[in-house]
Design a binder for this molecule. Structure first.
Ligand SMILES: Nc1ncnc2c1ncn2[C@@H]1O[C@H](COP(=O)(O)OP(=O)(O)OP(=O)(O)O)[C@@H](O)[C@H]1O
Ligand SMILES: [Mg+2]
Length: 487
């Protein structure tokens, strides 16, 4: 039954899965979507609030200015007669009344010479403020005061007889603007949070199926073809999920076809191999068997000379021994035991094997055996008994390929993870027509060889996850190599 992935499981969403660890949150679609929405919200809201605040500021300032002009005009009218009559008491009364008006910070009446005749600040009465008259400067107030300064000259028959000064507090205006600004900031914050939550929800819905698909791909890569993703929505991602499921179904069908084809082919190859092997065995044992049968027939006749009899008996013995050797070798080949792979020193194994071969009196003394080692100790993972057998078989082949004197070198080299073994000889080399098939059973180039030595070597190496590499040049020599895992 197919497994449906509704959404990525908890370990994926919580970031414990491998793919999630590799993808930082800042690179995810979710983060980008949330960030874009947040930035756009913040900029738009900021512009809107800035526009609203500056419009409110303009209108409040204009309103304050109008009120200020109205008050200065009123003050100018109210003080004209008193100014002409130099009636300081009336002037003081006017400034006191003006002071009571909302937002008024100060009020002052100055004559044409710049003498302060009346002021909301009684300490200033009698001072000369010519400079202010000339430059229209405002009345000096403590720093930090927010005041709108206004002035109106009092004219009688075109002549300036004095001026009134008025300061209106802008505190209320500033408070109103600050309140609007604060409200705006609050709106920006709310918009940011709401936008981010909405973006997260949207991105979650959009990428949920994508996450499930990533997980499904991981499981498919691991060989689980029954996995499917949920594809119930109507959006593009759901369409993609449906297409993904269709693709996986077709992939599953194809891989099942491939598997069944492979099984059929393997079975056919196995049968062909069995047939080939049977033919090889039959071929190998037919000659000695015919020789034995013919010899026994002749011996059975009874009318043969004593010399012929002992010759025939010798043939029967020799061929029977050959048959026995063929069967023994074949049994070794067909029953290569499971490799007991362990951590062992390959250099030590090679040194021991070379010493053993050098002391073997059955081998020609004209052949020199030598070990060429990359280091004192090289640990690898292999079955020492089986690799010793591999080395023996390879060295025997090398020795048999030499007529007279020569040298066989067993070399061990190490890479970062592997050990490389080479058996190099200066023998006759392998004939071109044989080189591609010497590892097949019963393929031999020697008269008394069974052709199973390299097949056994190949099987042992296969069990070690390795295989033989052969490079050979006629008349120069042969190099046979294989690789073992380092420890
Ligand atoms: N180092 C070598 N130099 C030249 N020929 C080689 C070498 N190694 C293998 N051969 C060729 O490959 C053939 C197959 O070798 P293999 O060891 O499988 O069988 P064999 O040596 O003929 O018989 P046996 O089963 O007794 O080992 C050999 O008969 C020989 O012709
Ligand atoms: Mg051999």
């Amino acid at each position: 039954m197919n497994a449906i992935l509704e959404t990525a499981p908890a370990d994926v969403l919580s970031g414990n899965a491998d793919w999630s660890k590799k993808l930082p949150f800042t690179s995810t679609l979710r983060f980008r979507l949330i960030l874009s929405v947040a930035v756009v919200h913040a900029v738009l809201m900021g512009l809107f609030i800035w526009d609203a605040v500056s419009e409110q500021s303009d209108s409040l300032r204009a309103e304050l200015q109008n009120r200020g002009h109205a008050l200065t005009s009123l003050m100018a009218v109210a003080t004209t007669n008193a100014l002409l009559a130099e009636d300081l008491a009336s002037l003081a009364e006017v400034t006191a009344r003006i002071r009571n008006q909302p937002d008024v910070k100060y009020g002052e009446v100055v004559d044409a010479e710049g003498n302060v005749l009346a002021s909301t600040d009684s300490r200033r009465i009698g001072r000369r403020v010519r400079d202010r008259i000339a430059s229209s400067e405002a009345m000096p107030l403590p720093a930090g005061d927010h005041v709108l300064d206004l002035r109106e000259d009092i004219k009688v028959a075109g002549r300036t007889v004095g001026s009134v000064f008025l300061g209106l507090s802008t505190d209320n205006l500033d408070h109103a603007l600050a309140a609007t600004r604060n409200e705006g900031l609050l709106f920006i914050l709310i918009a940011l949070v709401a936008g981010s939550v909405a973006a997260w929800a949207l991105s979650f819905a959009a990428t949920r199926n994508l996450h499930a698909m990533i997980l499904a791909v991981r499981r498919i890569t691991g060989g689980d073809m029954d996995v499917r993703v949920s594809a119930t929505g109507k959006d593009e991602v759901s369409l993609l999920a449906r297409a993904f499921n269709t693709m996986v179904e077709s992939l599953q069908r194809t891989s099942e076809q491939v598997r069944s084809e492979h099984e059929k082919r393997t079975e056919a190859e196995r049968l062909a191999c069995v047939g080939e092997l049977s033919a090889s065995i039959a071929h190998e044992i037919r000659n000695p068997l015919s020789a034995i049968i013919n010899s026994v027939k002749l011996l059975a006749r009874g009318d043969i000379a004593e010399d012929d009899r002992s010759q025939l008996t010798g043939i029967v013995n020799g061929e029977a021994e050959r048959l026995q050797r063929i069967l023994n070798d074949f049994l070794t080949f067909s029953r290569v035991p499971e490799s007991k792979v362990q951590s062992a020193d390959l250099c030590q194994l090679v040194t021991e094997t070379v010493a053993l071969l050098n002391n073997d009196s059955s081998l020609p003394q004209t052949v020199t055996m030598r070990a060429r080692l990359c280091c004192q100790q090289c640990l690898g993972r292999f079955d020492p008994d089986q690799i010793r057998q591999v080395l023996m078989n390879l060295v025997m082949n090398a020795v048999q390929a030499m007529s007279g004197s020569g040298e066989v070198v067993i070399e061990v080299a190490a890479t970062q993870h592997d050990l490389i073994v080479r058996v190099i000889d200066s023998g006759s080399g392998i004939p071109d027509e044989l080189i591609d098939k010497v590892t097949r059973p019963f393929v031999t180039g020697r008269n008394n060889g069974t052709g199973l030595g390299l097949s056994i070597v190949q099987r042992i190496l296969m069990q070690h996850g390795s295989k033989l590499q052969i490079v050979s040049h006629r008349g120069v020599g042969t190099e046979v190599s294989f690789i073992l895992s380092g420890a």
